[in-house]
Design a protein around this ligand. Structure first.
Ligand code: GDP
Length: 176
């Protein structure tokens, strides 16, 4: 089955977003190795695709060696999964583009991994501010990218963006 992975800096709202996306009858969770605490969790959605929860990155608490180890685990998954169709990179809509995210996108680009950005926590700012931040983010990306990746928006607090993200994935699945 096709896989769609979700990743972002710690505290970006990834768990909340995944809860929002999976929290519905008919969506079952599965883990590859039951009984073990997994760094990478798979949720099967409608028996059609896997939502893959990748560890949050760049968290100071992991320490330098911990971060390196996590980075390897994440990179191995991304490079080795043939089923991986698209990676969703979550960024907090309030912040300007973060170096660690930009570097990660560069790495994705170098390795030919398709990705889509999700602006999270949009309930925390006004609609006008969101548009300004989106514009600024795109301008920053255009400094290094010729073509912009798609950008979706979500608020787990208000349960917004759920249908858009699920439909987006469904459309890609249809084209596979
Ligand atoms: P993770 O570390 O990326 O998994 O982030 P979490 O999902 O645990 O969220 C981190 C913090 O942000 C928690 O306090 C959440 O309640 C809060 N949060 C997450 N998503 C939203 C959102 O859409 N809106 C608001 N206002 N807060 C959010």
């Amino acid at each position: 089955l096709p896989e769609y992975a979700f990743i972002g800096r710690s505290n970006v709202g990834k768990s909340s977003l995944i809860n929002m996306l999976t929290n519905k009858k008919g969506l079952a969770m599965t883990s590859q190795k039951p009984g073990k605490t997994q760094l990478i969790n798979h949720f099967i959605i409608n028996n059609e695709w896997y939502l893959v929860d990748l560890p949050g990155y760049g968290f100071a608490q992991h320490g330098k060696s911990g971060r390196e180890k996590l980075k390897c685990i994440i990179e191995d998954y991304i490079l080795e999964r043939e089923q991986l169709v698209c990676l969703f990179l979550l960024v907090d809509c309030r912040h300007e583009a973060q170096k660690i995210d930009l570097e990660f996108m560069e790495w994705l680009g170098e390795n030919g991994i398709p990705f889509t950005i999700i602006f999270t926590k949009t309930d925390k700012i006004t609609k006008g501010r969101l548009q300004e931040n989106l514009k600024a983010y795109k301008e920053k990306l255009l400094e290094t990218w010729e073509e912009l990746p798609p950008i979706l928006v979500s608020s787990s607090e208000k349960r917004e963006g759920r249908d858009e993200i699920l439909n987006y994935i469904e459309e890609i699945n249809k084209s596979l």
